[in-house]
Design a protein. Structure first.
Length: 231
């Protein structure tokens, strides 16, 4: 099957799963902004997406997308590494001119996955898992997500960690979206600059939505003198 056996097929799978994950990030980022605009509205969203069957199905589907994307990334990275042979030790002018994100996609991906584990612990484990099992895994009730977000980002260490994570996501997505659009056929001279611009716009928009929540609550805690080390 070409989706499994060929490099083009693997890149296509990477592009499709990556695109689906970007769409999820757009939704997730928009949902997070509600925590700033209306804490009550954010809590209503948390209740809607809590232990309901459709939210559980969506979580399983999302986990599958991440798993497939990661596995294919490992396979493609290993294949590219093996194909280059001795050339991987040589640093040419053309290699040095390749963008940082392009040269370090796998490392950036590992960084994103590493911080994703922390994010899942903070939000999925302490909210949806707690509601599903009835086991209290945090200080706040799962339905009171707005208060938990406020408390979490009153911790300066978490604010720094999340901003570093978002920086890694920015570099990863700028190249990832551009590469996906090329895989889908937008790879001629007319489109190459356009899709780079599109990738920067979408990625920056996604990252700013997430960063806004971190900065808003982190800055509020500092200004109000309510910083705390919540874990």
């Amino acid at each position: 099957m070409w989706l499994i056996n060929s490099s083009i097929g693997k890149k296509f799978v990477m592009s499709v799963t990556g695109t689906a994950l970007v769409l999820f990030l757009l939704f997730h980022g928009a949902m997070n902004l509600v925590a700033i605009i209306s804490p009550e509205g954010y809590n209503a969203i948390c209740a809607f997406l809590g232990a309901n069957w459709y939210a559980v199905v969506a979580s399983i589907g999302l986990a599958a997308l991440v798993g497939v994307h990661f596995v294919y990334a490992v396979v493609l990275t290993f294949q590219n590494y093996r194909a280059r042979g001795d050339e991987r030790y040589a640093v040419s002018k053309s290699q040095s001119e390749v963008e940082f994100s392009s040269r370090n996609m796998f490392i950036l991906g590992l960084t994103v996955v590493g911080f994703l584990v922390l994010h899942l612990y903070n939000f999925w484990f302490k909210m949806q898992f707690s509601e599903l099992t009835g086991i209290k895994t945090g200080e706040f009730e799962p339905q009171n997500g707005a208060e938990y977000v406020k408390a979490l980002f009153s911790n300066p260490a978490y604010c720094v960690v999340y901003l570093v994570w978002l920086a890694a996501i920015w570099f990863h997505l700028t190249h990832g979206i551009w590469s996906a659009l090329q895989t889908f056929g937008l790879n001629n001279n007319t489109w190459v600059k356009r899709i780079k611009f599109i990738s920067y716009v979408i990625t920056t928009f996604v990252v700013l939505m997430f960063a806004a929540v971190v900065i808003f609550y982190g800055a509020s805690a500092i200004c109000n003198g309510t910083t705390a080390f919540v874990w």
